[in-house]
Ligand binder design. Structure first.
Ligand SMILES: Nc1ncnc2c1ncn2[C@@H]1O[C@H](COP(=O)(O)OP(=O)(O)OP(=O)(O)O)[C@@H](O)[C@H]1O
Ligand SMILES: [Mg+2]
Length: 429
């Protein structure tokens, strides 16, 4: 602990210094004859206790006391005033200003030592309390952080459950749509044949050249010539609409794979990519073009639903990165181009590899090391949980014993490369 003694009498200064040095342990004492120098020292170093004479030429002890106690930074310093006057008004003023105690001059050795010891004890207690308080605040902060994380985990779990529920619901609805869709498509084919037959019959009648004002009038009123030509176009449009619905329903059913068991089953990665692109179409169609380069690859042992989940996370991350880049370009007043996502599959030794690259905002080196950490996100609060890539890592590396590589350049783009073992049995051997 540091004690500063201020007294314009050198004799008193030395005496106080000697008594205190002889009787106190673990203290550093500095003495000042000039109170202004003392005050500068107080401001520039950490002092625990100031013992000051009251009446001095340059600056009185009361002024020093007032300056210390009115300063936000220094007010915690304890002050003992030394006086030969027993003017109680002055002493009362000292107490009111915040002095801890007073010491009478000439010094009584044991009184000086015991009063200083008392104040030091008080400082000690106060320091301990402050440390405890700091500790409590630190624990409180840690608890609040843990609580926040728990809340997020809980909401993610609920979200996950809801997603699983939605997946089941979607698969159920897809199944229900499938039947009526099937007979609508086949009925449409038959209907189209019937109408063709009726139109042919009409042609044959026309060739008979039977003049009837009634029939002519009816034909004109109902725009028969236009109807004849428009008919096949309408049928073709309806057919292509229905086959698109069929494709979506098929993707939805196989994407959600509600009946996926715990076992590894045969999985065609190229099909998984195609299904994931159907499911995410609404996410990317406004901002990005997709290019696929499907290689001739083996069927792999996998949990298909989970691999699709990974593809979904990566595609959506790429779309977000492209949107983020567009935002940055817009802020700079630059032209915005459509983004590009390339998905490539190929086989190398015992692995099927999926390479997904985008020309989005990219990442800095320091972010790259954190992206697989749960809850790491650079997205605004509420829009990303930061769990997508940690789940991806768990699925690819822990469950499928595969590997993930990432390369990224800020403002240029990102490449994720997934290595999936073709055979899980070979991996375990
Ligand atoms: N293709 C990418 N380009 C640039 N940054 C990316 C890309 N993919 C991921 N990141 C960065 O990694 C972070 C973590 O991604 P992750 O998918 O784990 O969480 P998220 O997308 O933020 O939230 P969510 O839980 O909704 O997926 C992202 O916030 C983003 O900063
Ligand atoms: Mg994500």
């Amino acid at each position: 602990m540091k004690i500063l003694i201020i007294d314009d009498s050198n004799l008193m200064l030395n005496l106080a210094n000697e008594i205190l040095s002889d009787n106190l342990q673990d203290v550093m004492i500095e003495t000042f004859q000039n109170p202004i120098n003392a005050l500068n020292r107080i401001k520039s170093t950490k002092v625990d206790l100031v013992i000051t004479d009251l009446i001095m030429k340059e600056l009185s002890g009361i002024d020093i006391l007032r300056m210390i106690k009115s300063s936000k930074k220094l007010k915690y310093i304890k002050v003992l005033v030394v006086t030969s006057i027993t003017d109680y008004d002055i002493l009362t003023e000292c107490y009111e200003l915040g002095a801890s105690d007073y010491i009478l001059k000439p010094f009584n050795k044991s009184e000086l030592v015991s009063r200083v010891k008392n104040v030091l004890k008080e400082i000690n207690m106060q320091n301990k309390l402050e440390k405890q308080l700091e500790n409590i605040n630190f624990q409180h902060k840690k608890l609040s952080e843990a609580n926040e994380k728990l809340k997020i985990t809980q909401s993610t779990l609920i979200q996950g459950e809801q997603l699983a529920g939605i997946g089941q619901l979607a698969a159920g609805i897809a199944h229900e749509i499938n039947n009526p869709l099937g007979f609508s498509i086949s009925n449409l084919d038959t209907l189209s044949e019937y109408i063709k037959f009726i139109l042919e019959l009409m042609n044959k009648y026309e060739k008979l050249n039977i003049e009837s004002d009634d029939i002519n009038k009816f034909k004109i009123e109902n725009d028969y010539d236009f109807l004849k030509d428009d008919f096949s176009e309408l049928i073709d449009d309806t057919k292509s609409g229905l086959s698109r619905v069929k494709e979506i329903v098929k993707s939805l059913r196989s994407f959600s794979r509600v009946d996926d068991s715990d076992e590894f089953l045969d999985f065609n990665v190229n099909e998984g990519v195609k299904e994931s692109l159907v499911i995410t179409k609404n996410e990317y169609k406004y901002t990005s073009d997709i290019e696929t380069k499907f290689g001739e690859i083996s069927v792999i042992d996998a949990h298909g639903g989970e691999i699709n989940q990974v593809l979904l996370n990566l595609i959506i991350n790429s779309v977000h990165a492209i949107k983020e880049k567009n935002e940055r370009e817009k802020e700079k007043g630059n032209k915005i181009n459509r983004g590009k996502i390339i998905i490539e599959t190929y086989e190398e030794s015992d692995f099927v590899i999926i390479k997904l690259s985008d020309n989005g905002c990219g990442m800095e080196e320091k972010s790259l090391s954190k992206i697989f950490n749960p809850f790491y996100t650079t997205k605004p609060i509420g829009s990303g949980t930061g769990l997508g890539l940690s789940i991806t890592y768990d699925i690819i590396v822990n469950k499928h014993k595969g590997k993930i590589e990432v390369e990224s350049t800020l403002d240029v783009g990102t490449i994720f490369t997934l290595y999936l073992p073709i055979s899980q049995i070979r991996v375990e051997e």
